[in-house]
Design a protein around this ligand. Structure first.
Ligand code: HAM
Length: 421
């Protein structure tokens, strides 16, 4: 039988099969990041993969709306797969109005985007992120930035930078050139680095901005400085905003991560819900952003009718792992138990159960391989201990345990194993 054609054996375009080696590595990252978020008082949240399309489409921005997996269910409801967790969290908090503020929630879960698949860009991927809802304080901005920095450090990346801008400052900068700030302009500017400067100019010109203004705009957003110097730059546009960023600088300094932060006016973000500080994280030589976030003070009001300031970030877990060089985690089997004869099978099962009760992992041979073949396979798959129960052992009331790494064998009394010693 020829079986399925190759394209059907592979996952659907843009999606990936996570085999155990990779999945356990992902699990370890999940554990480290969850511990970090919890240590800052954040609690984990999960929501359905499927959302009302109307909720998803409300403030996503045109590019993202085009990337929503959209379908109708059998009752004709218009639905979509969530493209991030910020929108579902905002929806939950729009009816859970009594949740004590500020709300500190985090997530580590799958999201879906009908993006053009390429290296580091998938249609199904994991996001780890936090949302801090109900505080307008600059310290809240700093707390979220610190968590993002610590999340990157938690996977062993020391060389990273978080590039920060502020939509309110960007609005003023655009206005200073006589350009009306709009989501269309920001969406074009967000493409910076992804398309050529020439293409950017012509896209801006497509929005009615003349060539000269377009090039002025591109040069205005091209200078990055250490974030510590941001208040000085911002005060050219707005003293109140400069003061706000001074407070963020101060808080970041207290946390010792200020040197990792840059003020970069080219960071505008592609999602339409941002209203204040916005940022993206870059790790080492990894070309794509490993994370992004910002303040979205109007989003929850859009769903609940109640003004609720909020901000957060999300990290693309697969990108973060790639940037950190994390590809797989071994989960070696503790014991492979080989009953040499069928009489020994019952004892092998008892031994396996006793070992499992102690928290070890144990496999009982299925009786299809000879001893030598079973040993060879165990060596190849990284089994820690190979347990032999033969006639001789049964007579003596012992089992033979071979330490595969040390290549040493010891005999252990069956009664001791069964007693859990
Ligand atoms: P985002 O920038 O759209 O922001 O996504 C966050 C991160 O998810 C990106 O920096 C990237 O690492 C990863 N990512 C995005 N698209 C893909 C893809 N196609 N394949 C693999 N990884 C990808 C948000 O999602 C906002 N919800 C962040 C936020 C939270 N803002 C406020 N709170």
């Amino acid at each position: 039988m020829p079986g399925l054609e190759d394209s059907l054996r592979r996952p659907v375009r843009g999606m990936r099969d996570l085999t155990p080696e990779y999945y356990y590595a992902l699990k370890r990252v999940e554990e480290a990041l969850s511990k970090l978020a919890e240590s800052f008082g954040y609690r984990r949240v999960e929501t359905p993969a499927v959302e009302h399309f109307e909720v998803l489409a409300k403030k996503a921005g045109r590019d993202i709306v085009n990337e929503i997996y959209y379908f109708r269910d059998k009752a004709g409801r218009e639905l979509g797969l969530r493209f991030d967790m910020t929108v579902p969290v905002a929806r939950v908090l729009s009816y859970k109005l009594d949740e004590p503020k500020p709300v500190r929630w985090f997530y580590f879960t799958k999201v879906w985007r009908y993006d053009e698949p390429q290296h580091g860009r998938y249609r199904e991927f994991y996001q780890f992120g936090v949302e801090l809802v109900g505080s307008a304080s600059p310290r809240a901005d700093a707390e979220v930035l610190v968590l993002m920095a610590k999340a990157i450090e938690a996977v062993g990346i020391g060389d990273y930078v978080i590039r920060i801008n502020d939509r309110r400052v960007a609005d003023k900068a655009l206005a200073s050139l006589g350009i009306k700030p709009s989501e269309e302009v920001y969406r074009v500017l967000d493409k910076r680095g992804k398309v050529s400067e020439e293409e950017l100019s012509s896209m801006l010109m497509g929005l009615g901005i003349d060539r000269e203004k377009a090039s002025e705009l591109l040069s205005l957003i091209s200078g990055a400085v250490p974030y510590a110097e941001a208040p000085e730059v911002i005060s050219k546009y707005d003293e109140e905003l400069a003061e706000r960023h001074r407070a963020v600088v101060k808080a970041l300094e207290a946390f010792g991560v200020l040197s990792r932060m840059a003020w970069d006016p080219s960071i505008v973000r592609g999602l339409d819900y941002y209203t204040g500080i916005v940022f993206e994280a870059f790790a080492g030589q990894y070309r794509l952003a490993v994370g992004g976030g910002g303040r979205y003070d109007d989003l929850i009001e859009l769903y609940s009718g109640i003004k609720t300031p909020a901000l957060g970030f999300a990290i693309g877990v697969e990108r973060l792992m790639e940037a950190a060089g994390i590809e797989k985690a071994e989960r070696p089997l503790d014991y492979y138990i080989y009953p040499v004869s069928s009489e020994a099978y019952g004892v092998a099962v008892e031994v396996a159960e006793a070992l499992r009760a102690k928290g070890a992992s144990a496999v009982v041979d299925l009786g299809e391989w000879g001893l030598r073949e079973a040993l060879e396979r165990a060596a190849k798959t990284g089994v820690r201990h190979f347990v032999i129960i033969g006639k001789k052992e049964l007579e003596k009331g012992v089992v033979k345990i071979r330490d595969m790494a040390k290549r040493e064998e010891v005999e252990v009394e069956l009664s001791r194993i069964k007693a859990g010693l």
